[in-house]
Design a protein around this ligand. Sequence first.
Ligand SMILES: Nc1ncnc2c1ncn2[C@@H]1O[C@H](COP(=O)(O)OP(=O)(O)OP(=O)(O)O)[C@@H](O)[C@H]1O
Length: 342
Amino acid sequence: MIQLENISKKYTTKKGTIEAVKDVSLHVKKGEIHGVIGYSGAGKSTLIRCVNLLEAPTAGKVRLNDKEFTELSKAQLLAERKNIGMIFQGFNLLKTATVGDNIAIPLKLIGVKPSDIAARVDKYLEIVGLTDKKNAFPGQLSGGQKQRVAIARALAQEPDVLLSDEATSALDPETTESILDLLLKINAEFGITILLITHEMQVIQRICDHVYVMEAGEIVEDGPVIDLFSQPKHKTTRSFLNTISQRKLSKEFVDNLKKTGSVLRLTFRGEATGDPVLAAVSKEFNVKPNILTANIMELKNGVIGNLDVHMAGEKEEVARSLAFLEAQGVVIEDWDDQYGKN
Ligand SMILES: Nc1ncnc2c1ncn2[C@@H]1O[C@H](COP(=O)(O)OP(=O)(O)OP(=O)(O)O)[C@@H](O)[C@H]1O
């Protein structure tokens, strides 16, 4: 559905050339939700704006529904853009127009028949739960309600693809949850394909199938969300994961525990929790596992459990117990390697 092939974007400024995006490729299949996460300046906005050619890439190809966007004429591109809805952090609503008109005006501009416009406005306001706000002005709405209007406006074009540029970044955590629920609902009901950019790992956790971690213009790691959350490889991915885990152990505390055993992070995929396997460890081996922190993350496509554990015992016995845990499908990482330096 959305294919970016070797996209690069350079900006030439007085101070020199900035490579905002470097050789990025991604493929979002129909009906999937993919997220690009990165810190400020990573190149996320530039990348997402390359999808609908709001930003022309310096190199690379953009393909949507097998159409080569980079080779279309201006008129063809305008026509194809109807297929792409977009929502923004700042909502981009017209302040002097009512909610209903905010949805109707773009429909007029893209040539929807006047008789269809009123029906679409009502339909999509109902979907986002704002039927009663049709005659209100944006200034009379909360941030969450404004984003719902923006989502209704994007959906009313009946696009195949929705691009989301930090859509929840200006919202409080509860409102963020409700907007993410709405995005999941429209993805499920209309099969709309979503590509989003964010700096919030909980957005990736809650709604994405696939995640790309971006840094200094490049994708440094990507994969299905469940894989990246259970076995992150890049330090930036780990650092983002730490933003949603409540586990905070001090290095001093861990170093002290290491005198009497190993301190490990155990990751369990699926519904299984760590308790039964750890009970088996203390029964089968001369090792005493102590749970230091525990965390369960619900993802769009599964559940991951993490335990930070102190395995008290002789080195060889601890090693035997770890081989046993690995055979049960538990991912084991040394705590210090992974998290001590954050
Ligand atoms: N129009 C422009 N002209 C020159 N440099 C630009 C332009 N737009 C972006 N950049 C630079 O490109 C780099 C990537 O910026 P971009 O806005 O894409 O990052 P981002 O990950 O979206 O950051 P943020 O989360 O802060 O929006 C930055 O160094 C930025 O200063």
